[in-house]
Design a binder for this molecule. Sequence first.
Ligand code: ADP
Ligand code: MG
Length: 371
Amino acid sequence: MRESASWLAPGRVNLIGEHTDYNDGFVLPLAIEFGCRATVSPGPEGMLRFTSAQEPDPVEVPVADLAPGAVPGWAAYPAGVLWALGVDLPGLTVAVDSDVPLGAGLSSSAALTCSVGGAANDLLELGLSPRELVAATRKAENDFVGAPTGGMDQLASMLGEAGSVLFCDMRTLDVRPVPFGLDAEGLALLVVDSRAPHRHADGEYAARRRSCEQAASTLGLRALRDVVDLDEALAKLAAEPDGEVLVKRARHIVTENARVTDVVALLDAGKVREIGPALTASHASMRDDFEITVPEVDVLVEALLAAGAYGARMTGGGFGGCVIALLDQNAVDDAARAAVAAATAHGFATPRTFTTSPAAGAHSVGAHHAG
Ligand code: ADP
Ligand code: MG
């Protein structure tokens, strides 16, 4: 066996397409410049040892004990990846170090699982394809950690490409890189992390999933992705006992899917600036229909639009997290300042701001061979 294998996997920002992933719909994420570096090497016989530069203490788990529920805390993510590989494991040491902000909606968890998956695949010479690694890392989060993510994060981290957003069909898992050339247009994508505490995010996420499933089954469809006539579907949902909620949830998903394909068409035509209104409409839909925003992010979106953004929206699952804005490069500094000032004026946490552009997906950053 090699002495070690190392992979770097990025976090992600979703340009548009929120909560559409578990509705068999469309998403359009990009891998970002922040990432997690994982090194996997042979460890003491029968033992798995996990360390993180972001955590004070190592976690040790006997290989024989590796099962869902057996690993507490953060180490469940890397342990879950090793479990999801589905092979007999030797003793291993896994060391990670990430500059993706944890829990900010930038998918530090996918950066962690994808870097560990890639490195373990190399060290153990399993020969899994990137798509098989996407499946294993998603299984790790869903079935080992118990985080019901819809699969976009792992696709973006594993298959993202520099210079492009990744158009993903979450039913077929087909992906297509779509050029997102910011520099050539004098544009920038500003990310503003609200640093708002996530409130009830898990329970609300589960509730949104349930509503979407209920709406689809009421309509006799496999998923809300399959709605053809929106008005007709909404009229049918409105007649249900909890019709008002179902109408709002379904309207967000159906219109959001349409916004994703609209944005893809604009980007394919090189009309980058013109995606702005779709981004802003996505935010309004998340705020009014899907009801997943909080005042902290609504205030940021308003401030960024007032500062000249072509479009702005919350990105990620909601109830906190980050806002993105498409801006002329020379407007970025003022817009970032305006966002911070608006948050401060409302007594909210001071946001953290940075610009990003599409970065490379997960890749090997080295293997060391014995001898
Ligand atoms: P997000 O993926 O949006 O950052 P999640 O709640 O899905 O938020 O994942 C965050 C969790 O992932 C953290 O609470 C921690 O358990 C784990 N995690 C991510 N990166 C690291 C890291 N570098 N070291 C330790 N744990 C990490
Ligand atoms: Mg995550």
